[in-house]
Design a protein around this ligand. Structure first.
Ligand code: AHR
Length: 508
């Protein structure tokens, strides 16, 4: 397989949005309880935050975390998660058929986010609740003091306001499964009025309206158009959610998932800009891809599947739910999904991999036990750390391969950045081919490269296959190794990527 990538100093997409490296913590399964929070764990600090999970979150380079859901938020009363823990009610969470103890709530999350050094993206409940609860939460969180709600926060131990800037107006309100599911008109009106009232409390906040919960929804497109028509004045961003999985052993199509993501992003941009044109607006609505990942929803049964949990009819606290174990193929797909997000960084301003720990997550942890990195941890961690400065408009000519779902697709997929401050180019490149190495030539026009500083690759480990993964007993089976043989001659870089691999390199 051969591919040629052309990068040019003068052809940039825009600055790398730091919020592209977001994650998501939902009250779901073991993401909060025994994930980020486990009082009494040997690695737990005085607040019960797991330091081992905090360390891995920092190593991943997570910039922003969405909270508290997800489907969970559409039945959540935020007031029940504040105040003395002993007084907080235990509740049934219908979204995940789980008992919510409310031991962890807003203050605990803010404390965790500060320790993790991540920005908070807070969702309000527009399923069972509405304008009043949403504006009350903004007042509680962001108003300095001197009102009943802000003084309640102070008496609950937080003298200073939380100053949460980014807010989601509900979650997946287009989905029939959502508690309080709405039509586009119903949701659009409610989001407009909730957003307006929230901004009357704190004019500095930014607002995300719900787009479709996947591009496969029957209402996709129309939903975005109608919702933006109602909310254009109040919204800053519209959300996108997408989960990918290998179906029926069709690895070729699965590996091309980023083609679908590119198309989804471009369709939402087109729809948002059509509403803009029709309204003769100057303001642009940007995109918040606030749930994305690989998630084996259909291909696998198991005790940790939501349907099984519900069918058992047992209500439990923090049961295991969708604790997917990720393999080499998944890591290559995640690398290409990150490429897609970065390539669209002029319009995709926020992205959150779902979720952070245990629940379809790059980090796993066991109750009372260790925490470890899944295969998909690596592309995220390297890109979050090294995609700096400007996104380069990478032009690629690649050999193609046939897929059932997307037709002919480039075997090699890439994205790149250039940092004027350090003079460094970071290149992220995947070989989707299952059988052949990819010989890649990269032309670095106007970038004056002098040396390859670092190059690594994630691929099938020796003696393993494309389904190799990391487990609690073998946590470093899949990871990064040095990519040998990367050569620089003038402004031309050559490299060879093994079959089914994701690599990255730093040139300066
Ligand atoms: O991330 C898991 C779930 O997927 C979220 O709760 C929901 O928003 C989506 O359907």
């Amino acid at each position: 397989t051969r591919a040629t990538v052309t990068l040019d100093r003068d052809f940039t997409v825009g600055p790398v949005p730091r919020r592209l490296f977001g994650s998501f913590v939902e009250h779901m399964g073991r993401c909060v309880y025994t994930g980020i929070y486990e009082p009494g764990h040997p690695a737990g600090d005085e607040n019960g935050y797991r330091q081992d999970v905090l360390d891995l979150t920092a190593e991943m380079g997570v910039s922003i975390v969405r909270y508290p859901g997800g489907n969970f938020v559409s039945g959540y009363n935020w007031e029940e998660g504040v105040g003395p823990v002993a007084d907080r009610p235990r509740r049934l969470d219908g979204a995940w058929h789980t008992i919510e103890s409310n031991a962890f709530g807003l203050h605990e999350f803010v404390g965790w986010a500060r320790k993790a050094d991540v920005e908070i993206m807070e969702a309000v409940n527009l399923g069972t609740r509405g304008v009043d609860a949403a504006r009350a939460l903004v007042e509680y969180a962001n108003h300095p003091g001197g009102t009943a709600l802000s003084d309640l926060r102070r008496s609950n131990g937080a003298e200073e306001p939380f100053n949460i800037k980014l807010w989601c107006l509900g979650n997946e309100m287009d989905g029939p499964w959502q508690i309080g599911h709405k039509t586009a008109d119903e949701y659009g009106r409610l989001a407009q009025e909730a957003g307006k009232a929230m901004r009357l409390v704190d004019p500095s906040i930014e607002l995300v309206v719900c787009g479709s919960s996947s591009s496969g929804m029957p209402t996709f497109g129309e939903w975005e158009r109608i919702v933006l028509d109602h909310t254009y004045d109040v919204a800053d961003y519209i959300s996108l959610h997408a989960y990918y999985e290998e179906k029926d052993g069709d690895a070729a199509s699965f590996l091309a998932s980023a083609v679908d993501m590119d198309h989804f992003i471009e369709s939402v941009i087109a729809t948002a800009d059509a509403v803009r044109a029709q309204r003769k607006a100057t303001k642009r609505i940007n995109l918040s891809f606030d749930e994305w990942n690989v998630w084996y929803q259909t291909a696998r049964d198991g005790d940790d599947m939501p349907a099984t949990i519900e069918a058992r009819g047992i209500w439990q606290e923090h049961p295991r739910i969708i604790e997917d174990e990720y393999n080499v193929t998944d890591a290559v797909v995640v690398g290409t999904l990150l490429n897609s997000l970065l390539r669209h960084g002029d319009r995709v301003a926020i992205a959150n991999q779902a979720q952070l720990v245990n629940v379809i997550a790059p980090i796993r942890s066991e109750e009372g036990g260790p925490a470890w990195r899944q295969s998909i941890f690596w592309p995220f961690a390297r890109m979050a750390q090294f995609a700096q400065g400007e996104i380069l408009n990478a032009r690629i000519r690649s050999d193609q391969y046939a897929t059932q779902r997307f037709g002919d697709v480039d075997v090699v997929d890439t994205s790149a950045t250039w940092d004027a401050a350090t003079g460094r180019v970071a290149l992220f490149v995947a070989n989707r081919g299952l059988d052949d190495a990819a010989e890649v030539t990269v032309r670095l026009h106007g970038l004056a490269p002098t040396r390859v500083e670092r190059a690594e690759v994630l691929t099938i480990p020796e003696g393993g296959d494309r389904l190799a993964s990391n487990t609690v007993d073998d946590a470093e089976n899949v990871g990064l190794v040095a990519l040998e043989g990367v050569a620089l001659d003038g402004d031309t870089l050559t490299l060879s990527l093994p079959p089914l691999s994701w690599g990255w390199m730093l040139v300066e």
